[in-house]
Design a protein around this ligand. Structure first.
Ligand SMILES: [Zn+2]
Ligand SMILES: [Zn+2]
Ligand SMILES: [Zn+2]
Ligand SMILES: [Zn+2]
Length: 493
């Protein structure tokens, strides 16, 4: 692919370096592509293959003794450079672990080592793109992870791996900072979560209402950055460095923790999150008001009822604690295998919290988002055996997520594409079921099937930009074929 460059790099006090569009961009237009300077395990991951990043159990590289799934991956270009380092240094083999599924700090040195080896290999790229990256050294020194990084990474590579004559402690400390501040989480070929540093993507400023999206391609982990909505010349390019479907308190905490800044974007500054109510609670004292933060840019600010006569009040600390407890329940739900139980337990959790949270609150919305994908896809709940009421429920959840995305992640995004694909099925089945029950005429049926066709067409347009071997890319191609079939079946009616 030809290298496209539809952006300029500018600099200011607030963002440091940032990107602006240097031409008017259409929705979905490619802005640039970027290749990672280093890819590797995230901190604290369980042992995984250093070639393909799949989980491994007790299989080690025959040369260096570090986790590798088989002989193919021993020769992986990702692994070979560090394999040389480990096999040359005496006794720096991977230490056997009891539990191969538990996180192991031993692998924490891998990605920093790879970033260092990338510097040795291409010092020019390093000086141009990487050396100037933000490291937030002073803030990081105050954190507990600092000490661990010094031990598990800096000392380990210098003392045990004998890299002292090739690099300094200062450089390795800088590398740790570059990774912590700039690396993004990406899926590996097998769908496991790893991290990568993309020099140009790292310059894009954050917003909780992003206007660009990025797609990872498994071939060399190349990333494509596209406009999610039409963008005018000179406008800032914003991506989201946090999960868009999370409430303000959680997003801001995550951004402060991982990116070292306090987000004050319009969404964060608005107690209603731009009217989406992703942070809104129901009032337990009255029926007239809802509970909102008195100042969302201050996580200690009190939360009050919007009804002036209502006395309800709670502290920011109490709110954070409550969200933490409920989030832990959600994490347990997310760990369930897709199946009937995954549906039933989520429905029970929705019921349990429906008098606490606004129906669009991020907690309930993420459960609804999961249910929208589970209904019609797991045993006992396959799409052709869902009663109309449940089809309607699936459609309602899809529409609620889509309506929220219109505000907080407008335009083309993977999540929108996937939700549109999910929405087409209940719409199609409901229309057919009403037709076969004699409730609607054939003309009306043709009319009703226009919406699922529209959903499939939009899903295909968005998702076919993804890597064709990724789950989203596969869904994009299925959406396209289903659309063609549905159109053909309409014509033969
Ligand atoms: Zn492998
Ligand atoms: Zn090896
Ligand atoms: Zn924000
Ligand atoms: Zn109230």
């Amino acid at each position: 692919m030809a290298d496209v460059c539809n952006y300029d790099i500018l600099k200011n006090e607030k963002y440091g370096r940032y990107l602006v569009a240097n031409k008017d961009l259409d929705c979905g237009e490619l802005i640039f592509t970027d290749t990672p300077i280093a890819v590797g395990p995230k901190p604290d991951t369980p042992p995984l293959c250093l070639g393909c990043y799949c989980p491994v159990e007790s299989t080690l590289c025959s040369r260096c003794g570090w986790p590798i799934c088989g002989s193919e991956c021993e020769k992986s270009p990702h692994h070979l450079p560090e394999c040389d380092v480990f096999s040359q240094a005496i006794k720096v083999r991977f230490q056997p672990v009891d539990d191969w599924t538990a996180s192991s700090p031993q692998l924490d040195c891998i990605t920093p080592l790879r970033l260092f080896l990338a510097k040795e290999k291409d010092p020019e790229r390093w000086n141009r793109d990487v050396a100037i990256m933000e490291t937030h050294t002073e803030e990081r020194k105050k954190r507990p992870a600092w000490e661990a990084d010094q031990n598990n990474i800096v000392n380990y590579l210098i003392d045990r791996c004998k890299l002292g004559d090739r690099c300094s402690r200062e450089l390795l400390t800088q590398i740790c900072g570059i990774l912590e501040v700039n690396a993004v989480e990406i899926p590996s070929r097998g769908g496991f979560s790893i991290r990568a540093v993309y020099p140009r993507l790292a310059i894009a400023a954050h917003s909780c209402v992003p206007n660009i999206v990025h797609s990872i391609f498994q071939n060399d982990y190349q990333v494509q950055i596209r406009a999610a909505i039409p963008i005018k010349t000179g406008e800032l390019l914003h991506m989201s460095y946090t999960h868009v479907l999370s409430p303000t308190i959680v997003r801001r905490e995550h951004l402060l923790e991982s990116k070292f800044f306090c987000c004050d974007c319009p969404r964060c500054a608005d107690p209603t999150e731009l009217g989406t109510h992703l942070s809104t609670l129901k009032c337990t004292k009255c029926d007239n008001g809802v509970i909102l933060s008195s100042n969302p840019l201050d996580s200690d600010a009190s939360w009050n009822c919007t009804d002036k006569k209502c006395e309800f009040k709670t502290s920011g600390a109490a709110m954070r604690k409550m969200l933490g407890v409920v989030q832990a329940e959600l994490d347990q739900l997310d760990a369930l295998e897709p199946g009937p139980q995954a549906i039933e337990m989520r429905e029970a959790t929705l019921h349990k919290y429906k008098s606490v949270f606004h129906p669009s609150h991020a907690i309930l919305l993420s459960i609804k988002h999961a249910l929208a994908q589970l209904y019609g896809r797991v045993e006992e709940y396959s799409i052709d055996e869902l009663p109309d009421l449940v089809l309607e429920r699936k459609a309602e959840f899809c529409r609620l997520v889509l309506k929220t995305l219109d505000v907080i992640s407008p335009g083309d995004s993977r999540m929108r594409g996937m939700m549109l694909y999910e929405l087409h099925a209940p719409l199609m089945y409901l229309a057919r079921s009403e037709f076969s029950a004699g409730l609607i005429t054939q003309d009306k049926l043709k009319d009703r099937l226009q919406e699922p066709i529209q959903c499939l067409s939009e899903a295909a347009r968005i998702l076919r930009r993804e890597d064709p071997i990724s789950p989203e890319g596969i869904t994009g191609n299925i959406a396209y074929q289903s659309m063609e079939q549905l159109k053909a079946s309409l014509e033969s009616l």
